[in-house]
Write a protein that binds this ligand. Structure first.
Ligand code: AMP
Ligand code: GLY
Length: 428
């Protein structure tokens, strides 16, 4: 069987690697892919957000499974079109992907499903929004309703900055239609955990928990980014807590979307805060997380292709994903300046040397090939994942890999996985 994988980031690099090792998948085609993905897949170009173009491509190459990596094609209805054409697809229809495409929609679904989340209200009027900000008090959380490439959320203790965030969205239209409506919500204080589960519309098979580092600088300082690193499993979310999250968050959401006529097929992602008042949902996504996936796939010992196909064809019942006992730490290498402006086109060296370190896998995010050389082409450039039998060991390997790679302006946090290593140290 041939699988078509849509996307070109670090998440897709990890998924391509997983699919290429599957016993039920003969070959992988990625669109548009990147130079890292090209080592395990053939690349073709396609307009990712044009459902008809994706269906045409899937038919032309005879894809028996299409896996959609990023959210934008899902919200654009790519999975709907593939499903209508009778092609098995891993990824929800647009109606189900709205759990990520509209924050207000996700919040009201959670309310109807009885899922614990931050108190919230949705606004189109700036004055009313500011009144609610004052009612909640600091820290303030302001979110563009629609997709904003991870840049739509502001968390701040400054009232002036909060009001500016409201105005940028509702008055100055800086986020276009994505920001023409906003959600303001209660601040959730607590460690964040990501729980991702495969879902075939009815049944679910959960991944082990992962944790993402959202802030740009060490010690969780600096701007919110797409994710500066990750690790799995998560010592502060042990198996019994993860099982409860599946029962109390994932399953109720899956039942609710199905009951409302939009069954969820694909990877459902719950971003959670472990607060003093229990686990609360920060957000839902309609896809695998980036960079959580780069820390999960190296630990997955069951067959990704089989699980994806079972998900796409409604046959997930009885499937349990199996995980290696090793832990994984993923360090993202960025272009200096990210998430603000940064330069591209710098040559990357040391990729082979990093890949030879035991337990290390290098996943490409923002790279391109020019005249036979790999160069930087994005804010997040590479993800260096390392497995080992302890967080200390995995951190050492990941940072050894990160040090072996070089490009002008290379930047990485130095504390990825450190929290887990400390918990590990205090337990042994
Ligand atoms: P979201 O896109 O909704 O996940 O928001 C991006 C990031 O902003 C989250 O991963 C959190 O780090 C932070 N955030 C979002 N909502 C809240 C909240 N209610 N309280 C605290 N932090 C939040
Ligand atoms: N790592 C956060 C996300 O994928 O949305």
């Amino acid at each position: 069987m041939r699988a078509l994988l849509l996307g070109s980031g670090g998440r897709e690099s990890a998924l391509a690697w997983g699919l290429s090792r599957s016993t039920c998948i003969d070959d992988v085609v990625a669109a548009p892919g990147n130079p890292g993905i090209a080592r395990v897949a053939d690349l073709v170009d396609v307009a990712l957000e044009e459902p008809a173009a994706v269906v045409e491509l899937a038919r032309r190459i005879g894809a028996g499974l299409v896996m959609v990596g990023p959210e934008a094609p899902l919200v654009a209805g790519v999975a709907d079109a593939l499903r209508e054409a009778g092609i098995p697809v891993f990824g929800p229809d647009a109606s189900a992907a709205k759990i990520e495409g509209s924050k207000a929609h996700a919040k009201s679904l959670m309310e109807r499903a009885g899922i614990s989340t931050a108190a919230w209200r949705s606004f189109t009027d700036a004055g009313a929004a500011v009144t609610y900000l004052d009612e909640l008090g600091p820290p303030y959380v302001i979110k563009a309703d629609g997709l904003a490439g991870g840049k739509g959320v502001v968390v701040t203790s400054e009232r002036d900055a909060a009001i500016a965030a409201v105005n940028e969205r509702l008055v100055e239209n800086r986020f276009g239609v994505a920001g023409s409506s906003i959600v303001i919500e209660e601040f959730l204080d607590g460690e964040e955990v990501s729980l991702i589960a495969l879902c075939d519309g009815i049944d679910v098979a959960a991944c082990e928990p992962a944790q993402d580092y959202k802030r740009a600088r060490d010690g969780d300082e600096g701007a919110n980014t797409g994710g500066m690193g990750s690790y799995s499993p998560v010592p502060s979310c042990p198996p019994d807590l993860a099982a409860r999250i599946v029962d109390e968050v994932i399953e109720p959401m899956v039942r609710q979307t199905a009951a409302e006529g939009a069954p969820f097929v694909g990877a459902i992602y719950a971003g959670l805060a472990l607060t003093g008042k229990g686990v609360k949902v920060v957000e839902f996504n309609a896809r695998f997380g980036d960079p959580e996936t780069q820390a999960l796939i190296p630990r997955l010992s069951s067959d990704l292709g089989e699980a994806a196909l079972a998900t796409a064809t409604g046959q997930l019942r009885g499937t349990e994903l199996r995980w290696s006992n090793e832990v994984c730490v993923t360090v993202v290498l960025c272009s200096r300046g990210y998430p603000g402006p940064y330069a591209s086109g710098h040559e990357i060296t040391g990729l082979e040397a990093a890949g030879r370190i035991p337990g290390v896998a290098v996943f490409h995010s923002g790279t391109r090939e020019t005249n036979g050389k790999i160069e930087t082409a994005g804010g997040r450039v590479l993800a260096v994942s390392a497995t080992a039998d302890s967080f200390g060991g995995a951190r050492a390997r990941a940072y050894q890999g990160a040090a072996a790679i070089d490009f002008e302006g290379k930047y990485a946090r130095t504390d990825i996985g450190l929290r887990a290593e400390r918990i590990e140290g205090s337990e042994s």
